[in-house]
Design a protein around this ligand. Structure first.
Ligand SMILES: *[C@@H]1O[C@H](CO)[C@@H](O)[C@H](O)[C@H]1NC(C)=O
Ligand SMILES: *[C@@H]1O[C@H](CO)[C@@H](O)[C@H](O)[C@H]1NC(C)=O
Length: 472
């Protein structure tokens, strides 16, 4: 961010008032963080505040910052919630010329990672999501709103990812693959079935709403490997399906920025070992893997890009020769893919949307020989300007469905826009007495009352339908 050119020496001979004015960071400028060598003071009336748990980035923000000065421990920007989850992207694909370099070629592994798995396929829509939506169609009808009931019915045929967020759902993998295969046979159209692998021990280590069933302390890695073996067996029995996995949303992001949270640092080696195991076990000619790379407001900050790429590379090296297709971004989040103008909450960021984040991360990955192909969740990003802070992630009010799943992304190394989070499934409960309550779900920009993560949230789904952009 704005680093002023004035040197300390010359500052010393300037009148004090001028020194103050010239040596402090600008409003919304960076003023601290690991590795930061620029000014650490802010203009009068502004204070230097750490961004969530991001030890790599502090920013000059208005006010005294009494409640959160530079070492606040709030949880970082983002997360997906436990069971299902969501995201968003932008509506403005037309002007997305980007830029980003051609897809990094993946090592010739003979796996499904060699090509864009969504090309030539339909995005598989699950009967489960369709049945959840039926509840809301009935609500619209009961209110006499047949127009929105018809729009909701359209969402029943939109493909979404399938969250296998507890080991008890492993048998469902086979059910879904069988169903997709039957559809493939009856329609002659390949069905791309996307699963979210989401059950690491001490999952969601910097937040609460999406805590998982396994813990590091209770031999979580062994349980996790058994869970991954369940995917392996189901995939091995389905060589004629087109399968995609999104691996562990937010997990490596937490290891980049939240190692100051004891639960994250204690889980770091288990996360890395578990993810490497997943990559190794899920190498099939008909399976493509995307490792989660959080989103623009989390790893997009200049100080986080290289550490993120380095961590991804380390994990891949430990899994080699197994490999991945690329990375997922914005899972369960609300960021635009291409923002015509930056959302005010992104103040100061050079990566205010997913497109710019992907373009910034890509060269770091390529330099390390890491496959730099992407998918971005556009499931809930139809409306921008609805969050009070970039880190707000829970059932954000005013959200709308975003661009429907497509391979027409306008960016060479973005394979597809997906609906990873099935919109309408809650991100977390707003009941502050509940064990999995996370304060983000009680904030004023979070829709309330909200049920537990993964549970159908009828009112929220109805709003996503009404606010969809492009409209349904
Ligand atoms: C998983 O399978 C069980 C048992 O068939 C079923 O009751 C449940 O609805 C399925 N869940 C999902 C998310 O498909
Ligand atoms: C909130 O959670 C507490 C603890 O589980 C429960 O006793 C209470 O009934 C819940 N309140 C509502 C409104 O669901």
């Amino acid at each position: 961010m704005k680093q002023l050119s004035i040197t300390l020496l010359s500052a010393a001979i300037l009148p004090l008032a001028i020194v103050q004015a010239q040596t402090c960071s600008a409003k919304y400028g960076q003023c601290g963080g690991v590795g930061w060598t620029g000014p650490t003071c802010c203009p009068a009336g502004w204070t230097c505040q750490q961004q969530g748990n991001n030890i790599y980035y502090s920013q000059c923000l208005p006010g005294t910052g009494s409640s959160s000065s530079s070492s606040s421990q709030t949880s970082t920007t983002t997360r997906s919630s436990s069971s299902t989850t969501s995201s968003s992207a932008s509506t403005t694909l037309t002007s997305t010329t980007s830029t980003s370099t051609s897809p990094t070629s993946t090592p010739s592994s003979g796996t499904g990672n060699d090509r864009n798995p969504y090309l030539g396929a339909q995005f598989y829509a699950t009967p489960y999501y369709a049945s959840e939506i039926t509840t809301s169609i009935n609500s619209f009808k009961a209110a006499g709103d047949s127009a929105d009931a018809a729009k909701a019915a359209q969402v029943q045929s939109v493909g979404t990812a399938i969250w296998i967020d507890v080991a008890a759902k492993i048998p469902n993998i086979t059910t879904y693959l069988d169903d997709a295969l039957a559809l493939q046979k009856s329609t002659g159209q390949i069905q791309a079935v996307t699963f979210v692998v989401y059950d690491l021990p001490d999952r969601d280590c910097a937040a609460a709403a999406s805590n998982g069933e396994f813990t590091v302390a209770n031999d979580g890695l062994t349980h996790y490997k058994a869970y991954i073996d369940g995917f392996h067996a189901a995939f091995a029995a389905h060589p004629d399906n087109r399968i995609i996995c999104i691996i562990e949303p937010d997990s490596l992001g937490n290891l980049v920025t939240n190692l100051n949270v004891p639960k994250c640092s204690a889980a770091a080696n288990t996360y890395k070992a578990g993810i490497a195991y997943a990559i190794q076990q899920l190498q099939f000619p008909n399976v493509a893997l995307y490792l989660d790379a959080a989103h623009a407001g989390w790893l997009g900050w200049p100080a986080n890009l290289q550490p993120a790429a380095t961590l991804f590379s380390q994990v891949l090296q430990s899994a080699a020769p197994a490999t991945i297709r690329g990375f997922s971004t914005n899972v369960a989040n609300y960021n635009a893919f291409h923002a015509a103008t930056p959302d005010p909450i992104t103040q100061g960021s050079s990566t205010p949307d997913e497109e710019s984040y992907i373009a910034a991360l890509t060269p770091h990955l390529q330099a390390l020989n890491v496959p730099a192909n992407f998918v971005t969740d556009t499931g809930r990003n139809g409306v921008q300007g609805i969050r009070q802070a970039w880190g707000d992630w829970c059932n954000v009010k005013g959200a709308g469905f975003g661009v429907r799943p497509t391979t027409n992304t306008g960016v060479a190394n973005v394979d597809a826009f997906l609906w990873v989070k099935p919109g309408g499934e809650s991100d977390g409960t707003s009941n502050s007495s509940a064990a999995r309550y996370d304060f983000h779900c009680g904030q004023s920009d979070a829709a309330q009352p909200a049920p537990e993560a993964g549970t159908w949230f009828d009112a929220y789904f109805q709003a996503l339908v009404k606010n969809a952009n492009p409209s349904l």
